[in-house]
Design a protein around this ligand. Structure first.
Ligand code: NAD
Length: 462
């Protein structure tokens, strides 16, 4: 796999300040496929300086011109989509068709949406005797996870650039090759030097240096709740803007009037997709006691059909973490219906699609984010019980409600403490705001709401 041995700073690939590197490993066969530099505070500082220097001119660039650069970026992502999919598959391990459809496809849609929004958004409005301007916040420090390597990058960089901000990106250490490929597309799109900068490196070194840098105006972080809390505290102490997209433990609530087979089938697919490494996955399936046994049977059959089609999880640490959660489920008394802690293959970081029944709401596997292909099926007695269980975690990122008619499902969804709910299998919408209630985060990504995260308001009175 192609790997750059430098950082993309101020429009060029520059040597890293230090000599340490990070090995990139293919999770399917555990082979090293590349090496990238492990950035230090000095690299971060150089990147932030470049972003600061580029900020005034980019902020003053008319929105229509920023939109044109984003449209060019979208077109290059389209032209290089096969290469993107192959790179994601090599470093994340996801099956190629999924990489093509989702890992390459969704960022194209999101980049396109911001090309349009940059051109049409009202950056200026009249309010009585005032003119209110939406101005870019400044230099953005973007820190992203590995689970959707390109989507997480584009969901921050595209709105930041549309707003007129400049960016320093610190991508996840497991998937830096996709980030380097993205930097190439930014250069090809004619986005001016310094507007986008890339520093690869370890979270506690390069990531922390970026989050703490005094000349970063906004930190946008996606990752674990534990790291997000620290970043939020650092930003708070510096009175700095912060956006946090954190963990989830979303509920898939199947009301008695729903099409049970469809709700269970889509629910299982949702959890197993991307090997369960989706923050918004509906990892708790809530089923009425009268339909419980039938739902467990349907879920078991659906999970078994996944069998070998599922990719590995991202690395050895994640594999052992997921397997220890499965052990914990068994120890705490949940009933293992499909899968289990044993590795299904000798090589690669694989975990079997796993389904637990007789899970009670207080069990660890019903409370903590596992980030693997593990589904917990929980029984409820009535609607009030379902609502209490669904809302009974520290998280509130996403969810699903299934019912015989939409009105009933919507009434239930409105009572969920969560940022997004899919009604009867509603489709992904790249313009719908995405983000968490409670400890799932602060702020929203995607669409106009995502753009406004990168803007601050000024009003002039006449
Ligand atoms: P992580 O928090 O370990 O890492 C995320 C990013 O933060 C990486 O780039 C990492 O290098 C960096 N980082 C780590 N320690 C840091 C520190 N001390 N200072 C600054 N940066 C640091 O998370 P992960 O294991 O890569 O990703 C999985 C987690 O991300 C899961 O909890 C998942 O739910 C969450 N996630 C949330 C969303 C969302 O939109 N809400 C999306 C995807 C993933």
């Amino acid at each position: 796999m192609k790997a750059h041995d430098g950082m993309y700073i101020d429009g060029a690939w520059r040597p890293a300040a230090g000599t340490d590197t990070i090995e990139v490993v293919n999770p399917v066969d555990e082979q090293v496929i590349g090496r990238v530099p492990a950035g230090t505070a000095a690299d971060v500082d150089a990147a932030v300086r470049a972003a600061r220097a580029a900020f005034p001119a980019w902020a003053a660039t008319p929105p229509a011109e920023r939109a044109a650069r984003l449209a060019a970026l979208r077109d290059i992502l389209v032209a290089r989509k096969d290469e993107i999919a192959e790179t994601v598959t090599a470093e994340l391990g996801s099956p190629l068709p999924f990489s093509q459809a989702v890992h390459a496809g969704v960022p194209i849609a999101v980049a396109g949406s911001y090309a349009e929004l940059a051109a049409t958004y009202a950056f200026e409005e009249k309010v009585g005797n005032s003119t209110v301007y939406q101005e870019p916040v400044g230099v953005v420090g973007a820190i992203t996870p590995w689970n959707y390597p390109l989507h997480q990058i584009v969901a921050k960089v595209a709105p930041a650039l549309a707003a007129g901000c400049t960016v320093v990106l610190k991508p996840a250490e497991d998937t830096p090759l996709t980030a380097q490929l993205f930097a190439e597309t930014v250069a090809e799109a004619g986005i001016p030097a310094g507007v986008f900068n890339l520093v690869t490196g370890l979270g506690p070194v390069a990531g922390q240096a970026l989050a703490e840098h005094p000349d970063v105006d906004l930190v946008s972080f996606t990752g674990s709740t534990a790291v997000g809390k620290r970043i939020g505290a650092t930003a708070g102490a510096a009175v700095k803007r912060v956006a946090l997209e954190l963990g989830g433990k979303s509920a898939n609530v199947i009301l008695p009037s729903a099409d049970l087979a469809k709700a269970v089938g889509v629910g299982v697919a949702n959890v197993m997709s991307n090997s369960g490494q989706t923050c918004s996955a509906w990892t708790r399936m809530l089923v009425h006691t009268a339909q419980y046994d039938e739902a467990v049977e349907l879920a078991a059959a659906a999970a078994e059909r996944y069998g070998d089609r599922i990719g590995p999880v991202v690395n050895a640490k994640q594999q052992s973490r997921v397997r220890s959660y499965i052990d914990k489920g068994v120890t705490e008394g949940a009933r293992l219906v499909v899968g289990g802690p044993e590795s299904p293959r000798e090589q690669g970081y694989f975990v079997s699609p796993t389904v637990f029944a007789d899970v009670t709401p207080e069990m660890t596997i019903a409370q903590e984010e596992i980030f693997g292909p593990v589904l917990s099926i929980i029984r409820y007695e009535d609607e009030a019980d379902a609502l209490r269980i669904a809302n009974g975690t520290v998280y509130g990122l996403a969810g699903a409600v299934w019912a015989g008619d939409e009105t009933e499902a919507v009434a239930f969804a409105r009572r969920l403490d969560t940022g997004q709910v899919d009604i009867n299998g509603g489709r992904f919408n790249p313009l719908a705001p995405f983000g968490g209630y409670k400890q799932s985060g602060v702020g929203r990504e995607l669409g106009a709401h995502g753009l406004s995260e990168y803007l601050q308001t000024k009003s002039l009175q006449f």
